[in-house]
Design a protein around this ligand. Structure first.
Ligand SMILES: Cc1cc2nc3c(=O)[nH]c(=O)nc-3n(C[C@H](O)[C@H](O)[C@H](O)COP(=O)(O)OP(=O)(O)OC[C@H]3O[C@@H](n4cnc5c(N)ncnc54)[C@H](O)[C@@H]3O)c2cc1C
Length: 406
């Protein structure tokens, strides 16, 4: 499997753009590409929309794109706009600082900061795409190979339940997630690696959670672990994510959790946070894996997008945001009917890479800061307590202030 050797620019190409993967990146890409005039086929390995996952934070940079592709209103209805991020010490339970979100960010950046369940986001994107006359879906299609010859459409081979099938396309977008099959077809590609961190996620009814936790995003900083929570499903439910430094010994990259041994991680945390952690009856865990975004993302008429290109730690809450930004930039570079799709995809990669790598680095650095212990944690908390909230917030302006090409 893999693209064949000759990667010279083909003669003027026609036909649909093929997007592999109906996750957040693939669905946004389908809508962004259709918006500029492409016909799009989305091929997804699952037999139906795989509405898995938990909560996601969507900052104004991502919301601008969602607005541009006509999906923001539906997402806003299913999401929630927190007033602030309330940061607390997991050990003492004391407040460290509260950074404004809500109307403050909306006013500064012209788009909201939303929290939403991944399933609601994916459903809203799918429903919008499914109504679009130029977007077609093929479920139960798993990428199995690719042929890219000059002067011919690029051909992707899929495995389906009824055997193997080919789809010919003008260009192929690999939005097939962190374990991307299409990434393996790019010479010199980065490999996905386990980060040494695990995410434990649970969703409970908001009625089981104290009212004072329902207005803000909560962030609790502890030694070698932190906790994030916020309302989802239009604030009907409450999403809790605990992120812990530990080894991964399971055979698969996600799994069920032994509740008692999970709760032992937090034995020395403050009573109010322990009470919150004991609310969910079940937790699911995910190994956090990443892909170095500085590796190649394109080869011939194949380009990667989202986690396939640059899966990242969730500590800047930007994995989906960067996939969504990728989609908008890709659509602005790949004009319908262009006679140079290879060059267009290279331009897309060049426009995105520095920013995405910098966001990946920010996520790594946030992880180190969040998990400090002893005197270093004390120093961090003191600096955060003393700094004006607006100044602390402004550290994210370079991420939140991004806008998609027109
Ligand atoms: C704990 C945690 C918290 C997070 N919090 C945030 C947050 O607050 N904000 C944020 O922006 N991001 C967050 N993220 C990251 C975010 O979830 C991902 O970056 C984002 O969902 C990636 O989207 P994607 O479309 O690239 O990949 P995916 O969502 O993984 O979609 C890939 C799709 O491709 C399909 N597929 C896979 N292989 C094949 C194949 N061979 N053929 C065909 N189809 C295939 C899959 O079935 C899937 O539908 C978080 C992640 C985690 C783990």
């Amino acid at each position: 499997m893999g693209p064949s050797k000759t990667m010279t620019e083909p003669a003027r190409s026609t036909g649909p753009v093929l997007v592999a993967g109906a996750g957040i990146g693939g669905l946004t890409a389908a809508l962004a590409l259709a918006r500029v005039g492409h016909k799009v086929i989305v091929a997804e390995r699952s037999p139906e929309l795989a509405e898995v996952g938990a909560g996601l934070q969507l900052s104004p940079n991502a919301c601008h794109v969602l607005e541009q592709i006509g999906a923001l209103d539906a997402i806003h209805g299913a999401g929630f706009e927190p007033e602030a991020v309330r940061i607390r010490s997991a050990r003492s339970g004391e407040d460290i600082t509260r950074l404004p979100l809500g109307s403050s960010l909306r006013k500064r950046f012209g788009a909201p900061y939303l929290v939403v369940h991944r399933a609601d986001l994916q459903r809203a994107l799918f429903d919008t795409a499914n109504k679009h006359p130029e977007i077609e879906f093929r479920f139960g299609h798993k990428v199995a190979g690719l042929e890219d010859e000059p002067d011919a459409p690029v051909r992707v081979r899929f495995e389906t339940t009824s055997g193997s099938t080919n789809i010919d396309a003008f260009a192929v977008i690999g939005a097939d997630g962190v374990w991307s099959a299409l990434r393996g077809m790019i010479p010199g590609h980065s490999e996905a690696r386990f980060s040494g961190r695990t995410a434990y996620r649970a969703t409970v009814s908001s009625s089981r959670v104290p009212d004072d936790l329902l207005t803000d995003t909560g962030l609790w900083l502890g030694n070698d672990a932190h906790l994030v929570h916020y309302p989802v499903h239009g604030s009907k439910d409450f999403n809790i994510v605990a992120l812990i430094e530990e080894d991964w010994t399971e055979k698969t990259w996600s799994g069920s959790v032994d509740r008692a041994s999970f709760l032992q991680h937090f034995g020395r945390w403050a009573p109010e946070v322990k009470a919150l952690l004991s609310v969910p009856d079940t937790w699911l865990k995910w190994a956090l894996c990443g892909v170095d975004g500085s590796g190649p993302w394109t080869h011939g008429r194949l380009a990667l997008l989202g986690d396939a290109a640059h899966g990242m730690l969730p500590f800047a809450a930007q994995g989906a945001g960067m996939a969504i930004e990728d989609a908008a930039v890709l659509a602005s570079c790949l004009k319908p009917g262009t006679d140079s799709p290879v060059a267009a995809l290279k331009t897309y990669e060049a426009k995105r890479k520095d920013r995405v790598v910098k966001v990946q680095q920010t996520a790594v650095s946030n992880g180190k800061i969040y998990h400090l212990s002893g005197p270093m944690a004390f120093a961090r908390d003191t600096v955060m307590r003393l700094a004006p909230p607006a100044r602390l917030s402004s550290r994210m302006d370079w991420i939140y202030g991004w806008k998609p090409p027109a």
